[in-house]
Design a protein around this ligand. Structure first.
Ligand code: DAH
Length: 356
């Protein structure tokens, strides 16, 4: 430091060799500094008030004018270089502490993707067919009054068909005794009544929901399952409309060209009534173990709404008619997805659920 201040080696100084050496030495030491403290020591030594570069700048005024500009510029360049080297080094040293290092060679993290339960998917597939036909979604309570589940649907207390429903009754006093006991609904048909009580025709609804029956559990039965109910009421609704709507539905859900048949049946709440079968997909109608050698698989019940049902909700059965239908969702899901056992839907085994 201060070679020129002492008035010696002016030639050396004017060539700037000492500053080149200074820069070299400082750079080498900076690269060795491995901690914040070492960096600070380096800063004091090479950029501090008493550093060689500071002394050089201070001493410029003592130089002959013809050397001053060149020497001053060189000293300043060195100073700026040292400063920027220092700040780069400071950043490099502090980076690991506050920034996580990214190893781009590591395999990515797996984010498991959720999905809808196959029953939910099937309910949605069913509703998606009816909604474009103008049907609206309606829902009702799972704990229901005897009145809506039975009486208003033309199933009086002594009617033998009550037996076939194997109903769970709820052991609580009824909050509305004139509507009968409380029960877990054994079908979604009661929602027809609830909607018709509140709304005048024309009416088109689909009703998805859970239902309960005291069935022993096996591959084909569960004490809880899902249904989708449908109802249309208008002044000119006919059985032909029912066949048209359900025919469309079956083609959309099971594929174009799906063969279906309407087989006469009995339901208390419809007259006439029918059950709808589709040709067994496994044997194409020939008869196999899937369809119990019948060649057909029963898919849903339907019919023209019974005048007594219309009367129960205060509709004039001479002025309006309607059709209704009801289907079991699990059965449709099993057929569409090739699932052999209804219990699989409710065990929540991911190895099963992840297939859909
Ligand atoms: N509620 C019937 C059942 O659970 C299904 C059903 C049949 C619903 C015919 C209807 C219908 O609306 O018209 O077995």
């Amino acid at each position: 430091m201060g070679l020129y201040r002492k008035g010696t080696a002016i030639e050396d100084i004017s060539l700037g060799d000492d500053l080149d050496r200074l820069l070299e030495e400082a750079t080498a030491l900076l690269n060795q500094a491995g901690s914040v403290q070492q960096l600070e020591q380096w800063r004091v030594k090479f950029l501090g008030r008493k550093s060689r570069i500071s002394e050089t700048l201070k001493g410029l005024s003592q130089l002959p004018p013809e050397q001053r500009a060149q020497r001053g510029k060189r000293a300043n360049d060195v100073k700026v270089t040292l400063e920027s080297q220092l700040s780069a080094r400071q950043q490099a040293l502090s980076a690991p502490a506050c920034q996580p290092r990214i190893d781009v060679t590591l395999p990515g993290r797996h984010h498991p993707q959720g999905r809808l339960h196959p029953i939910t998917q099937t309910v949605r597939a069913i509703l998606d067919v009816f909604i474009p036909m103008g049907f609206e979604i309606a829902q009702g309570p799972e704990m229901e009054f005897e009145y809506y589940n039975f009486d208003a649907l033309n199933i009086p207390p002594d009617h033998p068909s009550r037996e076939s429903f194997d109903t769970f009754f709820v052991d609580l006093p009824s909050p509305v005794p004139e509507k009968g006991r409380l029960l877990l609904r054994s079908h979604t048909s009661g929602v027809q009544i609830r909607v018709m009580e509140k709304h005048k025709p024309p009416l088109r609804i689909v009703v998805p929901g859970r239902v309960y029956r005291r069935d022993a559990v096996d591959a084909g039965h569960s004490f809880m399952f899902h249904q989708v109910e449908g109802l249309m009421v208008d002044t000119q609704t006919s059985f032909a409309d029912l066949k048209g709507v359900l025919g469309q539905f079956l083609e959309r859900l099971f594929g174009a060209g799906t063969q279906a048949r309407f087989r006469p049946h009995f339901f208390p709440f419809t007259e006439p009534s029918a059950e709808v079968d589709i040709a067994c997909r496994a044997c194409r109608g020939k008869g196999c173990s899937t369809c119990g050698r019948k060649g057909w698989i029963e898919i849903m019940g339907c019919g023209m709404v019974h005048p007594n049902v219309l009367k129960a909700v205060g509709y004039d059965s001479n002025k309006v008619q309607g059709f209704a239908f009801g289907m079991g969702v699990e059965r449709i899901a099993m057929l569409r997805l090739g699932i052999p056992d209804i219990r699989l839907f409710f065990e929540n085994d991911l190895r099963f659920l992840e297939q859909f």
